[in-house]
Design a protein around this ligand. Structure first.
Ligand code: MRU
Length: 366
């Protein structure tokens, strides 16, 4: 997607592949900062401290981190260096399954390769990146008819609510939740997006709004508490969110607050869809509420808020200095509240038999 009319991905390597480069998302929307990653330790920090974020992107970044680790090793210690790198990377953010999935793909390569060298891991990371782009593009293709159908019925602007940032900044390109929105906008369907600000880190207000603005998609930033009110007044036709981990039974774990949107959507008969690439479906889990680890982050993210003042990015204290805060980063929306999962293979119901059908397609592809 574009920033200032220039096409960007969220991660790439320099021409000689010596350095991995990322957009450091902590400074958006006011500053576009590109960061160099030269070691697996720098990569782990970038993921843990959310220079990069969003389930598909942290997976691909971790895959590049494994390449950087391989580059620092020699023939004799390669296996132990890569195993340590995998442990380090997997511990950075526990909820999004894409991260462990991508690291495991690199470990699998290590275990199967006849002779190991860093180029193998570089090629794999680049492949995972390309596959991730294609998955999002397909989610756009399969999600577009959902928006088209509403437009056909309504003959006026389709209002879509989204939570957090499941846009191209959370992926490599297109996004998951946003891919159908961009596809509809580009097809000439009038869409308008209600963007939940998404406390505490405000990925909606800072990043989704920035993305939509750069692409020219009409949108309005709202407080996290406004969605229910808008749904009660017929101002939301459709909700589309992303996912950090979806169980084989269709429970969806996504940014904290997603569950409340699903409840409000259910109560108001607003369809609630999830942009869910296969890389975010965890077939080993059956009960999202009990089994998905929920990341607990620093209370400072709740107590302080970041913004720009007279051209400088500043962080200010919001709460009484001594008040404790709790920062649960994700919640689980039970499958019964999910209208459908928009995957790269099509739109599936959020239940075990539908997701087994999807798995057959996935298995046939790999
Ligand atoms: O904590 P974050 O910013 O990494 O959380 C991101 C989200 O919750 C996204 O909605 C999710 O990763 C889906 S991304 C396409």
């Amino acid at each position: 997607m574009k920033i200032n009319n220039q096409h960007y991905h969220t991660i790439w390597t320099t021409n000689d592949d010596a350095t991995v480069q990322i957009i450091d998302q902590r400074w958006l929307p006011h500053e576009l900062v590109i960061e160099d990653l030269n070691t697996v330790e720098e990569t782990a920090t970038a993921i843990r401290d959310m220079h990069v974020r969003g389930a598909p992107l942290i997976g691909v970044t971790a895959a590049f981190g494994m390449y950087l680790a391989a580059r620092s090793a020699n023939k004799n210690n390669m296996t132990s260096v890569l195993n340590s790198a995998a442990t380090l990377l997997k511990a950075t953010r526990p909820t999004a399954v894409n991260l462990a999935w991508a690291v495991d793909q690199q470990l699998d390569l290590m275990n199967k390769a006849v002779s190991i060298n860093p180029d193998l891991f570089l090629a794999k990371a680049k492949k995972l990146k390309e596959e991730s782009i294609e998955r999002c593009r397909q989610i756009g293709t399969f999600g577009l008819p959902l928006i088209e159908a509403i437009y056909e019925r309504k003959k006026s602007t389709v209002n879509i609510l989204t939570h957090c940032n499941a846009g191209w900044m959370a992926c490599i390109d297109y996004g998951t939740a946003t891919a159908p929105i961009y596809a509809a906008h580009d097809a000439g369907i009038p869409v308008h997006v209600w963007v939940d600000e998404t406390r505490p880190r405000n990925q909606g207000a800072r990043i989704t709004a920035f993305e939509l603005q750069e692409h020219g998609v009409p949108h309005t930033v709202i407080t996290d508490n406004a969605g229910g009110h808008l749904m009660q007044h017929g101002e939301v036709d459709l909700v589309i969110v992303g996912t950090d981990r979806t169980t084989r039974t269709g429970d969806v774990c996504n940014k904290i607050g997603t569950y409340l949107k699903a409840l409000a959507a259910h109560d108001n008969k607003v369809p609630f869809y999830v942009g869910a690439p296969s890389s975010s479906i965890d077939y080993s889990l059956g009960d999202g509420l009990r089994e998905i680890p929920i990341e607990l982050r620093s209370q400072d993210e709740v107590k302080f808020i970041q913004g720009q003042h007279e051209g400088t990015t500043k962080k200010v204290l919001l709460t009484p200095a001594q008040s404790p805060a709790a920062n649960y980063a994700f919640d689980v929306t039970p499958a019964r509240l999910v209208t459908g999962l928009i995957t790269e293979f099509g739109v599936y119901e959020a239940n075990e038999s539908a997701l087994q059908e999807m798995k057959k397609k996935l298995d046939a592809e790999t």
